[in-house]
Write a protein that binds this ligand. Structure first.
Ligand SMILES: [Zn+2]
Length: 207
């Protein structure tokens, strides 16, 4: 398989629960979602990244290496997303992968991200999807066993829905929100040879 981060053919290993074949690059550790995000950003958002003051939450080494080199300013802090120590309208771009399903109060976290983005600023994210509607914790007190069974992992609070995630994010202050089937916008040959995830979410603050 071809790894976009290593820029060469590498061996892809099985990874995850349940196990996914050809998931993890044996050299850089990138997963399908990382290769998807970077393939798509490189094709459609490269100029935006170059001009951006960018915050990368829960930074993965593979993405950090490329983004920190390209972005105008790059931050990879360890924060509680419900309370971000940045002024209003102070960054252009936020990126994170598989973070929001770990946050019980995701609405508070989305509002905080909307607050610190400039007009025209954009959040890119990936989350685990399962069906059209979001399924989530109703009590906020389910234990690890229940959460693993209901939401796929012991420390997840929900599985997002492909349809309702748009309104869910919009009501937190974003104006343009879209779930993008990124593999449909990338060359078929690239998708076949690189083992990619499928969806990413783009949420913009109106300018
Ligand atoms: Zn790699």
């Amino acid at each position: 398989m071809y790894c976009i981060f290593c820029d060469k053919s590498t061996r892809f290993e099985s990874f995850g629960v349940p196990v996914r074949s050809q998931a993890k690059c044996s050299e850089c550790g990138s997963l399908e979602r990382h290769r998807l995000v970077w393939s798509w950003l490189l094709k459609f958002e490269l100029e935006f990244i170059k001009q951006s003051r960018l915050i990368h939450i829960a930074p993965e080494a593979c993405l950090k290496a490329v983004l920190s080199r390209i972005a105008k300013e790059y931050f990879a802090p360890e924060w509680d997303l419900r309370k971000i120590p940045f002024p209003d309208a102070s960054v252009n771009m936020i990126l994170h992968n598989h973070v929001m399903e770990h946050i019980l109060e995701d609405e508070v976290a989305f509002r905080e991200q909307a607050r610190i983005l400039t007009p025209g600023g954009t959040l890119f994210l990936t989350v685990p999807f399962g069906g059209e509607r979001t399924r989530e914790s109703t009590t906020g007190r389910e234990g690890p066993k229940v959460r693993r069974k209901q939401f796929g992992q012991h420390d997840h609070w929900r599985v997002y829905g492909l349809l309702d995630i748009v309104d869910r994010i919009k009501k937190c202050g974003f104006t343009e929100v879209a779930v993008i089937d990124a593999t449909a916008q990338l060359p078929e040959s690239d998708v076949a040879r690189t083992s990619l995830d499928r969806y990413l979410v783009r949420a913009e603050i109106g300018s």
